[in-house]
Design a protein around this ligand. Structure first.
Ligand code: MN3
Length: 209
């Protein structure tokens, strides 16, 4: 049984970048729905696995219902935590040590932002853009369709398997109420709410795996 985790901020805390209506529908309907359907699917399989990461790492052995809803469950759990209101550090720059890593890997912080935004903007249809850590502890950017993510052992992840540490939901349900068809404006707004402290915490956890 997986639980819908509490949000650590109010529905309107990320305004004006993420509007209150979108937050409420996204969390209370979409994320809750993935959670319930994941539990239903696992119950049907009589699965006793309690680690969502283990499930995703072996997702090729599960039916599509677990891939879609398990991905949706995990991706949104990550998404809420890598954002924060301004009062709690949201939109700050990364720490100097992490900034250094981004500059080393991508050339500059602006170049990193450009590459990530491009990945998010050009993902056709629904999906996610990611910053990840690969098995050699190197950073990389990628995107995945639907509710897939780079943890999954699927053929589509060839060359882009790793631990996601930053993710941006580019499903229309994540932005359409406020931004309509202007996905690039939503992507631009995202930089104002990123919680780099949490991204860096996830980076350090990924290094130890
Ligand atoms: Mn979503």
């Amino acid at each position: 049984m997986f639980d819908l985790p509490d949000l650590s901020y109010a529905y309107d805390a990320l305004e004006p970048f993420i509007d209150v209506e979108t937050m409420m529908v996204h969390y209370k309907k979409h994320h809750k729905g993935y959670t319930m359907k994941l539990n239903d699917a696992l119950k049907e399989l009589k699965s006793t696995e309690t680690s969502i990461e283990n499930i995703l790492k072996n997702i090729s052995k599960y039916p599509a219902s677990v891939r879609n809803n398990g991905g949706g469950y995990y991706n949104h759990c990550l998404f809420w935590t890598i954002m924060a209101p301004k009062s709690n550090g949201g939109g700050n720059k990364p720490s100097s040590s992490f900034l250094n890593l981004l500059e080393k890997k991508f050339g500059s912080y602006d170049k990193f932002k450009e590459l990530f935004a491009k990945e998010a903007a050009t993902r056709f249809g629904s999906g996610w853009a990611w910053l990840c850590v690969d098995k050699d502890n190197k950073l990389f950017i990628c995107s995945t369709p639907n509710q897939d993510n780079p943890l999954m052992d699927i053929a589509e992840n060839k060359g882009k398997k790793g631990m996601p540490i930053l993710g941006l939901d580019v499903w229309e349900h994540a932005y359409y109420l406020k931004y309509q068809n202007k996905r690039p404006d939503y992507i631009e707004a995202f930089w104002n709410v990123i919680n780099w402290k949490e991204v860096e915490r996830r980076y350090n956890v990924a290094l130890k795996k």
